[in-house]
Each structure stands twice: as C-alpha cells, then as structure tokens.
Design a protein around this ligand. Sequence first.
Ligand SMILES: [Zn+2]
Length: 444
Amino acid sequence: MSDVACGKRKETTIMSDKKYTIHKRVEKKDEGAYLRLPFKVEEDTERIDIVYTYEQERQTTLDQQVIHHPNATVDFALMAPDHRYLGSSGSNRKHLFISATASSAGFLRCDVRRGEWTIILGAYKVPENGVDVVYTITLKRKERGLFKGDTHVHTIGSDGRLSLETIVRQAQDLCLDYLIITDHNDFAMQADLYTTDRLTVIPGMEWTLYNGHAGFLGVDRPFAGDFVARNREETEQKMTEAEKNGAVVVLNHPFDADCPWKWGFDVPFDAVEVWNGAIAERNRRAIDWWHHQLLAGRHIPVTGGSDFHRPDLLSAIGVPTNCIYAPSKSRADLLQAIRRGHGYIAYTYDAPELDIDCCGLSFGDTVPSGAEITIRLTHLKGGEDVHLITDRGERIHPIPADCLHYSLTASFPGCRFLRIEVAGSYAKGLGKKLVLLANPIFFD
Ligand SMILES: [Zn+2]
C-alpha cells in the first residue's frame, strides 16, 4: 500500500517552554548572608533563562527633581544539580542563561540536566524594611531537529593544511551545526573551546595505525597511554577503552585502497564510515558490505565524513554532510544520535533533506512489522530517483522534474528493514549519482 504526494509541506512548531517564578522576601537580618534557592529542572530541557528583579533604587522627588537613592544590592550565582558551581554575575546583570552550547558571559556551558538546581542569592545590602526579589525562570524544551555536520576533519594539528580557527570559520559560513575534529592520534586541539550557539565543535581523534583507521568521536582523551596497538587483542582493548570513556567508535573508510581496515569486523565499534569524501569506489564497496550486514540481521549505523585535509577539487568540508536528528545540538545529544543511526548522509550541506516517520519513530529505530512509514523529501532539485531498499528487494520511485517536495506513505510487510538512497544528476552531462544514503528503520 502506498500514497504519494508532491507539493509544499507545512511546517509546524510546538512551543512547550515552561515558565515559573520564585518570590523571595529578603529581610534586614539576612544582610551579609548567602541564601540558597532551589528550583526543579525537568528532563529534556535545552536551556535555562533566569531574569531577576528587585528594587535596586528608590526614587524621591524634591523641587520637581527625581532623585535616585540606592535601595538594595542582591547578587546572583548558580549551581548545577551535581553541585558544580557555574558562575556568578554579582548584582550587575538581570538576565542569565545556561545551555550546553552557550551560556551568559562568565558562566560555564553545561548540559541542562534534570534535577534540583540552586540559585545563590547574595544579600549584600538590604534596606530596613527588607526587599522582594522575583526570579522568572524559563525552561526551553528540547525539540527534535535536523543537524548537519562533518564527522571527520583534519587540521594543522596533524596533516591538514588549515588551522582549527579557519576550519571553524568555514563551517560557520556553510551554516553547519556541528564539526568533529579528528586529527591523527592527536588530542591536543581543545576543539570544544570553539563551540558557540551556532556551531558545536566536538573533539575527536582519528586513531591511526598501519592496519586501519578508526574515529574516536566526542572525547578529549579516549585512552590512557600511547596510541600504539601491536596486535588484534590490543586493538580491541583500545577500542573498548575508548567506548568506555564515552567515545563513539567509527571504522573509517574500511575499504580504502591505501588505508583499509585490516583487523576484521569482529571488533567493538559503534558505526562504520561508509561515505568518506567524494563518492568513490571505496564508498561503494563499504555500502555494499554494509548492506550485506543488514541482510545478515546486524544493526550497524553508518556515518559520512569529508576526511578534509586541504581544499581541492574533490575535497571540502561538508562533502559529504552527516545529517542527524537529535533533541538538541549539544555534544551529548549529537553523539547519541550518531551512535543510534538517527539520520542520513548527503553529498553536501545543501542537498535534499529526508525524514521518515512511523508514530514518532524514525531512522535507526525498530517499529512493528508492516507498520506504515511516511517518507518526506524536501529541497529536491527535481528528477531524482528514490530507491526504497529492503531485505526483499528494491523499488525505485522516479521524482518528476518539477517536483521539489515529495512524500510517500507505504508499508513493507514481511521486511526486516527499509533504507533509502536518492540518486540525482546535478551536473550537466553527468549521469545520476548517489546524493543521499539513509540509516535504516527496522521492523520487529
Ligand atoms: Zn583515515
């Protein structure tokens, strides 16, 4: 059963931010004390904004002149649920915010965890009759969004040509949402310092040995000691250690002619980089291998990365672009989405966009057998072929030349997985090439 539609899709946004206030009466006897005001933060909060007000000045009028008198001085500081002190603003600022990717000047960035947070109220100067302090707290809910990035980038920290600063600037110019820095056996770049609310910069390493390369994504220091593994056992130990330390472990370009993965695939890893740089034979072989793993019942997420070293005809940041759906673009949420295969790979950052839905579940998830899947493609150029690939075969849906948005609802009874590829001809005289490759949705 299938239902195809071509046209414009309406986007809807659900705003579910939560706002509440804390009223605190500060008495004269509190002067000189630091008072602790707890407040609750729920699961799936992306950002906390706190605005606080109190009568800092009193006004009197004398001979029709308004005169301002100091009234009270109330300081502000903030603690996270794990008792981590995040910063202080004295009494000068009335609006402060905290999130994983950006915080008010002077405050640490941090994941907004569920639990009891604490405002430290510094009662520096309090008038005889006391002062009322009102805190308005807004909790911004996380919302599933599409985040585009590059999972495999080299800098002058190893054999790249460009500095980290230049690469970050280029990624921002491309409007990428995240960037994972993966210099060879190098963890000295302190990439996280470059994170802003526009671009999440994630530390990583391309663990590089003569028997293959693996991305250790998301941690400053994936292993203790040096990088050398002399045999398969030590290779497994290193990969296990990196995973335990929180890294997403990706087998990079496993079928590359020069640097293939030679340790076999029975090692601990989270994902495979099947699309490395411009589409080429190494990628076709990797996709073919991956498809056979899916047929054998293995659930292996795939990633794409540019392996950018220096600008040239076939190499650029974001070629390909790794597109993932995550609740926010915090480092933790992005890495978890990569680990779970929640997205797809596109040939570049402005390629067509794909989403699939089955009652709120999507790429990388498992849904009931025979359930209806809705597939939506937007920002098409027209004339692409959509390949619906399952363990029972492949169907090709040609997209009309004037169709820019396309949707299809269908069920795939008896299938164990569905994955999607899109092929398009975007350069004059060239045949259709792979422009998009998605992680599968699995059936019970
Ligand atoms: Zn490599």
